[in-house]
Design a protein around this ligand. Structure first.
Ligand SMILES: CC(C)(COP(=O)(O)OP(=O)(O)OC[C@H]1O[C@@H](n2cnc3c(N)ncnc32)[C@H](O)[C@@H]1OP(=O)(O)O)[C@@H](O)C(=O)NCCC(=O)NCCS
Length: 188
């Protein structure tokens, strides 16, 4: 089994996360931007660490996710998994963890923007109940791609919390099948 853990990003880990950001997102945020997120109590910036084996004391960061708490909304601003570790349920784990955090923060709904051509991410968000509510034209430059605006409403409602528990069970099965053992964290 490979051990994984979800934790809050710390300042010492910022150089490593900037490198992962470059690989996953083409260099979205700078070191200064990550440090600002860490300092803000409106932001939850989580990372996914992996220990490849029992003997491995140097876990690598293979994923990251961030939300901003704005009034009663969770704005998901970042979600990425290293390309070598995709399609194993880890993106779902990060999104699940952010939604758990949004619930704990007493937020009512979640939203994000996603490139209209990013079908993998759109599928992932729709699996968790996000719906397309509109688009922003020419949002991503220089390609001029549109951004789809997705919303997930009613995250404090019992029906959503019930769904979330079911997704958690499915996620647990998926991670086990891929030989991942999730250490208990604040988020899971
Ligand atoms: C989007 C991203 C985070 C998904 O991470 P992941 O670990 O591969 O996601 P999961 O394995 O948890 O996939 C969950 C579901 O998402 C959908 N999905 C993910 N990648 C997909 C792809 N390439 N094609 C189609 N569906 C995909 C599937 O429905 C998948 O469920 P399934 O594997 O049971 O079919 C990852 O592809 C990534 O980092 N992409 C680059 C950064 C990015 O685009 N971030 C989102 C910005 S809004």
């Amino acid at each position: 089994m490979k051990k994984i853990a979800i934790k809050l990003l710390t300042p010492a880990e910022v150089p490593e996360i900037v490198e992962l950001d470059r690989i996953c997102l083409g260099g979205l945020w700078t070191e200064a931007a990550y440090l600002r997120e860490i300092a803000s109590d409106k932001s939850t910036l989580i990372i996914l660490r992996l220990w490849e084996s029992e003997l491995n004391n140097q876990p690598q960061i293979i994923g990251m996710g961030c939300l901003w708490s704005i009034v009663d909304e969770a704005h998901i601003t970042l979600l990425g998994i290293h390309p070598d570790f995709r399609r194993q349920g880890l993106g779902r784990l990060l999104l699940f963890s952010l939604l758990e955090d949004a619930i704990a923060r007493q937020l009512e709904r979640a939203t994000l923007e996603v490139n209209e051509h990013n079908l993998g991410a759109i599928n992932l968000y729709q699996k968790y109940g996000f719906q397309i509510a509109g688009s922003r034209k020419n949002y991503y430059q220089p390609a001029g791609d549109d951004a789809l605006v997705l919303w997930l409403k009613g995250i404090q409602q019992d029906t959503f919390k019930t769904n979330l528990r079911q997704w958690q069970d499915q996620l647990g099965d998926r991670l086990s099948k891929n030989s991942y053992h999730l250490k208990q964290t604040k988020f899971c």
